[in-house]
Design a protein around this ligand. Structure first.
Ligand SMILES: NC(=O)c1ccc[n+]([C@@H]2O[C@H](COP(=O)([O-])OP(=O)(O)OC[C@H]3O[C@@H](n4cnc5c(N)ncnc54)[C@H](OP(=O)(O)O)[C@@H]3O)[C@@H](O)[C@H]2O)c1
Length: 314
């Protein structure tokens, strides 16, 4: 069974100590990226864990992400991954993803949404012209033992369909994982359904970052009790349970060990949820999604993901 609770290492609060706390509460799966500035601390955390007698590499399940489409030659891509592994103190990644469908180093904080939407714009053109080469390199990384499985991040159905038809025509590793922004208001049902129908496992990033907004919205009053953040009925805990009950692996983080534990345990409850509970939970989050416009007005949305979602759509 694939891991369902993944600890994210993007934020500047990530340290060797927070990694140790995450391990203490039960996390064994971690999300890294070439572009995150926390690589050194995370590598030190893995090293400290693996130095404890009895601990082994196979206890951990580590995802990392190459910055953008790896469109340069294979040897150059391989040397980037070798550097990423060196920093992480590992010999292979369990999963390696393409972080986003643009060029390496693209400024994700100020994307040109209009250009990305345009099927003749630079963004979509670059993607369509380079995805085949990029996937060829991803597949070779698997053959060379640097990654066990490969996948994508910030790809939507239009990206996946192009990639899947290229794999069908040219061969290559299957797309095993897709990591994208999914939270209580943004369910990404079409994307998740497409992935699950094509045996692509889904990871949901930033599932909690905007959930405090739900409690500010009048029609959602009473849906989630206001109080301790660690309680099982908090929006954060219920989001973790609901995602896990949909067969989605949440990628979340907290700087606080109590909240990490609450999140981890909530996800575990979701994994074991029965269909009746899952359908009740779906009704709760349908109420949240019905307030999407207000939630976004309060800033409850990852705008970068929104740009990728409409990429190439015209
Ligand atoms: N593929 C991509 O493009 C992409 C993009 C963004 C993120 N990611 C991945 O997703 C991971 C998670 O992203 P993220 O950290 O932005 O979002 P997140 O994990 O959804 O939310 C983190 C925020 O929620 C708070 N929080 C966590 N648990 C809580 C709880 N039980 N109660 C109340 N507040 C809680 C945290 O505050 P405290 O720390 O104070 O608890 C923090 O402010 C990243 O580390 C990264 O690995 C991937």
């Amino acid at each position: 069974m694939p891991p369902t609770q993944i600890y994210g290492t993007m934020t500047s609060t990530t340290s060797k100590e927070t990694l140790a706390s995450a391990i203490t509460v039960g996390y064994r799966s971690f999300d890294l990226a070439e572009r995150y500035e926390t690589g050194k601390a995370v590598g030190e955390g893995f090293k400290a864990y693996l130095e404890i007698p009895g601990r082994k590499r196979s206890d951990l399940w580590v995802v990392s992400k190459l910055d953008g489409l790896p469109s340069e030659g294979y040897e150059a891509v391989k040397s980037r991954v070798v550097e990423m592994l060196k920093l992480a103190n590992l010999e292979y990644f369990d999963v390696l993803l393409i972080h986003h469908p643009l060029r390496r180093g693209a400024n994700l904080d100020s994307l040109d949404g209009e250009d990305l939407r345009d099927p003749n714009g630079q963004g979509w053109k670059f993607f369509a012209e380079n995805i085949e080469t990029a996937w060829g390199s991803m597949s070779r990384l698997v053959s060379d033992g640097l990654a066990t499985e490969v996948g994508v991040s910030n790809f939507y159905e239009q990206h996946l369909k192009l990639l899947q038809s290229s794999i069908q025509a040219k061969g290559g590793s299957p797309v095993a994982w897709s990591q994208s922004y999914v939270d209580g208001a943004h369910h990404q049902k079409a994307l998740v359904d497409h992935c699950q129908a094509n045996s692509i496992q889904v990871m949901a990033y930033r599932p909690l970052a905007f959930s405090q907004v739900y409690q500010m919205i009048e029609p959602l009053a009473g849906v989630f009790p206001v109080g301790e953040q660690e309680q099982p009925e908090s929006p954060q805990a219920l989001t973790m349970e609901w995602l896990a009950s949909r067969g989605i692996s949440p990628v979340s983080s907290s700087a606080d060990e109590g909240r990490m534990k609450a999140n981890f345990e909530a996800g575990r409850r979701g994994e074991a949820a029965n269909p009746a509970w899952a359908s009740e939970m779906q009704k709760v989050f349908d109420k949240v999604a019905a307030e999407l416009e207000t939630i976004e007005m309060y800033g409850g949305v990852d705008e970068c993901a929104g740009c990728f979602e409409t990429m190439g759509a015209g």
